[in-house]
Design a protein around this ligand. Structure first.
Ligand code: FAD
Ligand code: NAD
Length: 475
């Protein structure tokens, strides 16, 4: 194997592996170095997303949701089950199977695109030099015209409750429970807390979510966040806001958590604690002294809008740089930098990055919230439509939640769309496309939406922007 490449990507998550493949498509000789090691010792490309994030969590969300629906919903369809049981080992085996299929798929894609996949550690030395250390400790000096840093992020640990891999775990640990814990505390009512809290609550755990902030899902639309919280509480998630954990004591009866809230100091005894208080950029051992790459006070590698680090031909993408920590954002940055290297015109539209929380109902949004527009002094109009009036949602027995569309008062362009409801994560795609193409609410109004589909709720919300919804009272 040659030690010289057009591009070396360090990190093989959805940012890095996508950048390497796109670089190869652009006729560049690309290598991708990744150091991921699974708990069973296997090494795999795919990063956090495929190995311990997006994919395994969605596999468990699906299994637990089906179990929950079989228990609570089938009856309404007239489906009577004599008994129902959850086999956690089978559920976990399915999850691992999906992860393995997808991570080995990356190796096949590397082969097909002639990307050199290197398992081990990459270290950027400066001047296009990368030190590669294989998992058995062998070192090689590689060089490249372009270097992409895509080393991702890691979970934040709370000093008063360090991870022990058993009773106090991060999200990766919470994806691997071998049985259903009786009592779980989740620290942080963010995306991970809600998704993994939902999984184990549906499977039978008593789940308490302790959130420091007074606002629930502060980044989401206020009205939808309030409605979501009501629904999650009704499902059995005990969400405690304005609660700051102060300590954790491990004993015979479990972990005794202490936290402060408006009423004073509280205690909660649980079997497992899932700490989900955010993630921080990961660049441990990546940057040799004097290599010229700068990081900010939070550890993010500093980049401009085009993911240039300031050191010529060195780029950084994904969770290790500013912006939302989302797989699709990482991948799009990977595509952008590989195209820019090849001299093509490329950009990421940071105004149109969708966010999805895969709870039931799902929450999804793109663009601005009403609160953000008010703060910015932008005049807007709003149209809403409830899934309670959508035929398909009713047929699916999932007629809760709503769509809210926000359009500019000035030129009718769509400024934001917020969905709480069934398949919100799929529905938001239409709105992402619309906003990418600078659609107006009228464009959506004049687009035929098949009947009966959930997407009709988007159509009706667009009509409601101008007080012309057909299947709702217009104010
Ligand atoms: P990563 O995926 O973290 O990949 C970085 C890779 O670099 C890792 O394999 C790491 O081992 C490797 N690496 C680090 N340092 C070195 C080095 N020096 N040498 C070689 N390799 C190195 N996002 C979504 O969009 N949708 C979701 O549904 C979603 N669900 C999630 C669920 C969970 C439980 C978690 C934890 C995260 C989830 N995310 C989700 C976030 C998503 O996983 C990240 O945004 C995404 O993985 C970031 O991609 P990345 O390529 O930047 O980094
Ligand atoms: P998050 O930022 O979404 O939520 C963390 C929550 O913890 C916040 O609400 C915060 O107020 C709270 N918190 C912080 N410190 C606390 C403390 N000491 N006590 C109590 N609460 C505290 O972070 P996360 O849920 O850990 O997720 C990390 C990242 O992973 C997110 O940026 C997210 O984008 C990504 N992710 C995305 C998805 C998805 O797209 N569906 C799923 C999982 C994770």
């Amino acid at each position: 194997m040659s030690d010289s490449f057009d591009v070396i990507v360090i990190g093989g998550g959805p940012g890095g592996y996508v950048a390497a493949i796109r670089a190869a498509q652009n006729d560049m000789n690309a290598a991708c170095i990744d150091k991921w090691v699974n708990k069973d010792g296997s090494q795999a490309f795919g990063g956090t997303c495929l190995n311990a994030g997006c994919i395994p969590s969605k596999a468990l969300l699906e299994s637990s949701e089906l179990y929950h629906r079989a228990q609570c919903e089938f009856d309404k369809h007239g489906i009577r089950l004599e008994s129902i049981a959850m086999d956690i080992a089978t559920m976990q085996k399915r999850k691992t199977g999906i992860v393995t299929q997808l991570t080995s798929g990356i190796e096949m894609l590397f082969k097909a695109n002639k990307v050199t996949g290197l398992k081990g550690i990459g270290r950027f030395l400066g001047d296009g030099q990368v030190e590669y250390t294989s998992h058995d400790g062998e070192k090689r000096m590689l060089s490249a015209t372009h270097v992409v840093l895509a080393t991702g992020s890691e979970p934040v640990e709370l000093p008063m409750m360090p991870f022990d891999g058993d009773s106090i775990v991060d999200s990766w640990g919470a994806l691997d429970f071998e049985s259903v814990p009786e009592r779980i505390a989740v620290i942080g009512a963010g995306v991970i807390g809600l998704e993994l809290g939902s999984v184990w609550q549906r499977l039978g755990s008593s789940v308490t979510i302790i959130e420091a902030m007074d606002d629930f899902l502060f980044m989401a639309d206020r009205q939808l966040a309030r409605d979501a919280m009501r629904q999650f509480k009704r499902q059995g998630l005990d969400i405690r806001l304005g609660a700051m954990v102060t300590g954790a004591q491990k004993g015979d009866s479990g972990v005794v958590l202490s936290y402060d809230d408006a009423k004073g100091t509280q205690e909660l005894t649980v079997d497992k604690v899932i700490v989900a208080v955010g993630r921080r950029p990961y660049s441990e051992g990546l940057l040799a002294d004097g290599c010229g790459i700068e990081t900010d006070e939070k550890g993010f590698i500093s980049v401009d809008r085009e993911c240039r680090t300031g050191v010529e031909n060195v780029w950084a993408i994904g969770d290790v740089v500013r912006g939302p920590m989302l797989a699709h954002k990482s991948s799009e940055e990977g595509v952008m930098v590989a195209d820019l290297m090849a001299g093509e015109v490329a950009e990421v539209n940071y105004n149109v990055i969708p966010s999805i929380i895969y709870t039931a109902p799902e929450m999804a949004w793109v663009g601005k919230t009403e609160e953000e527009l008010k703060t910015a002094g932008i005049r807007y109009k709003v149209g809403s439509f409830s899934f309670a009036a959508n035929g398909r949602a009713k047929a699916m027995e999932q007629a809760s939640g709503m769509v809210k569309m926000i359009a500019s008062e000035e030129d009718d362009s769509i400024l934001g769309v917020h969905i709480l409801g069934p398949m919100a994560g799929e529905l938001i795609g239409e709105m992402v496309l619309g906003m990418e193409f600078s659609a107006s609410a009228e464009d959506i109004q004049r687009t035929i939406h098949a009947h009966p589909t959930l997407s009709e709720a988007l159509h009706e919300a667009a009509l409601a922007v101008d007080g012309r919804a057909i299947h709702a009272m217009n104010k």
